[in-house]
Design a protein around this ligand. Structure first.
Ligand code: 5AD
Ligand code: SF4
Length: 443
């Protein structure tokens, strides 16, 4: 979501005649877009700002903070960091150009942290301008009404708001006409899509409409809450051709006692049932998840239940975090905070177990043919290109930039813990729909 916000900010500032530079020394404006979901990213903001202080002193660079830390801290940031010019809250992105103009003209410091619920910024969703990418995010809803007891998101992103379906369809059509092949629908809880809209529509129906748009190659979405994962959405994974065989379904803990304290609204049993059902409907589906260790009151036996769930489900990949107390949240006020050392030990053990599972699941793919959407050169070498399979696995293989934006059939030659190595399938591979190892999309 932050990545997407940064893209939106760039597009808006381009309209105000700003150009992107990767070199802060050259910049007239430096914006730090921030996340406050855990303490570590929040701390990084302050060290990043420290580095830009000199720029302000030497070149008079305008310095701003956007995103969740800006929303959370507001005016306090301006006091804490005297050389800061702008604080741009999560709902203030659409007015960023006006804010910047005020700083440029008057030299005043500006801070906007109002929420749309107060009737201030209704038009948070922005039309897409210039597009030159293979895949793109599209916001379908914002905010969250869940209030999981550890989570800051509802406080910094506000309540749920869905975007009218026609706007989404128009944006996806526009993006595909510009050459975008893969769409990732964004929302804090996409399963709540449609609530509060004048039209009668739910998330699976939105997916069906998008699936019909000619030129769309792949559709993904993130994130889905297990409590609200409906049978219709499960079935959509068996039914819709462009919807990728991947779901990110955060489980957070394998202990019912902890899930209750987290206010998650499901049990380990009902979570596992939904996974079974997904695999029944779509056997090749990859399942990834988020988990937190060391939530207040988590005992050894709760943690063992988390490990047990991981071994039972065998996730394709897992993002694991140590619990980090967040201001304003209910869990931060609980006693029984787990010691840092214990959290670290649990995290290390859990990650070791998951790494082995991920590797084993990747190894199963050795020798198989996988469709890869090529995104660009790989990070390691300019002789290799990189892309993702429909299961969202990274594949690197020899090739050049002429492949970017194409769906390429690759044979997996080697599996690693975080990626796969492959090679383009030669022309006589006998694969259906692949005469030369590559497929361009039917536009
Ligand atoms: N501490 C640790 N992890 C957290 N997450 C959200 N809030 C916290 C917190 N206070 C994790 C959850 C969520 C992911 C985006 O970040 O696992 O799914
Ligand atoms: Fe946070 Fe997700 Fe829970 Fe909403 S559903 S409060 S975003 S963890």
């Amino acid at each position: 979501m932050n990545e997407h916000d940064s893209e939106q900010i760039l597009r808006l500032l381009e309209k105000s005649h700003y150009l992107e530079t990767k070199d802060a020394q050259q910049a007239d404006l430096v914006l730090v877009n921030t996340c406050s979901v855990r303490e570590k990213p929040e701390q990084k903001v302050y060290s990043a700002l420290g580095r830009f202080r000199k720029l302000k002193e030497e070149r008079g660079t305008i310095i701003g903070v956007a995103g969740c830390v800006a929303q959370q801290e507001g005016q306090r940031l301006l006091t804490r960091i005297p050389y800061l010019d702008m604080v741009i809250g999560t709902h203030a992105i659409p007015i960023i150009s006006q804010m910047l103009e005020r700083v440029e003209v008057t030299g005043e410091k500006v801070c906007e942290t109002g929420f749309d619920t107060e009737g201030e910024y209704l038009d948070t969703f922005l039309p897409q301008g210039q597009v030159s990418v293979v895949k793109s995010f599209v916001t379908i809803m914002q905010g969250c009404n869940h209030f999981c007891s550890y989570c800051i998101v509802p406080y910094v992103r506000g309540r749920e708001r869905s975007r009218p379906s026609q706007e989404i369809v128009d944006e996806v059509s526009h993006l595909t006409q510009k050459g975008v092949r893969e769409i990732c629908l964004l929302g804090q809880n996409v399963n709540s899509y449609g609530k509060g809209l004048e039209e009668e529509i739910k998330f699976p129906e939105l997916l069906s409409r998008l699936d019909e748009i000619e030129g769309v190659g792949r559709i993904r979405f993130t994130t889905s809450h297990p409590k609200d994962l409906s049978e219709e959405l499960i079935q959509a994974h068996g039914r819709l051709k462009k919807l990728c065989e991947h779901i990110h379904l955060p489980f957070q803990s394998g202990s019912n006692r902890i899930l209750k304290a987290m206010n998650r609204g499901y049990t380990r049993e009902s979570y596992i049932e939904k996974i079974d059902r997904l695999r029944e409907v779509c056997p090749s589906i990859a399942i990834t998840s988020d988990v937190i260790v060391g939530f207040p009151g988590e005992e050894e036996k709760d943690f063992e239940e988390t490990l047990d769930l991981i071994e039972k489900v065998r996730f394709d990949d897992l993002f694991s975090f140590k619990y980090s107390p967040r201001k304003e949240t209910k869990a931060a006020r609980l006693g029984e905070q787990v010691e840092e050392k214990v959290k670290q030990e649990r995290l290390t053990l859990l990650q070791r177990i998951q790494k082995e599972i991920t590797l084993q699941k990747n190894q199963v793919l050795e020798g198989r043919i996988e469709e890869v959407l090529v995104e660009g050169y790989s990070k390691q070498s300019e002789r290799d290109v990189t892309g993702r399979t429909r299961n969202n696995r990274v594949v690197n293989f020899e090739g050049d930039l002429s492949l970017v934006g194409r769906l390429v059939q690759t044979k997996i030659t080697k599996a690693y813990a975080h990626s796969l190595r492959g090679e383009i399938v030669p022309s006589d591979c006998g694969m259906p729909n692949a005469d030369c190892g590559m497929k361009t999309l039917n536009l």
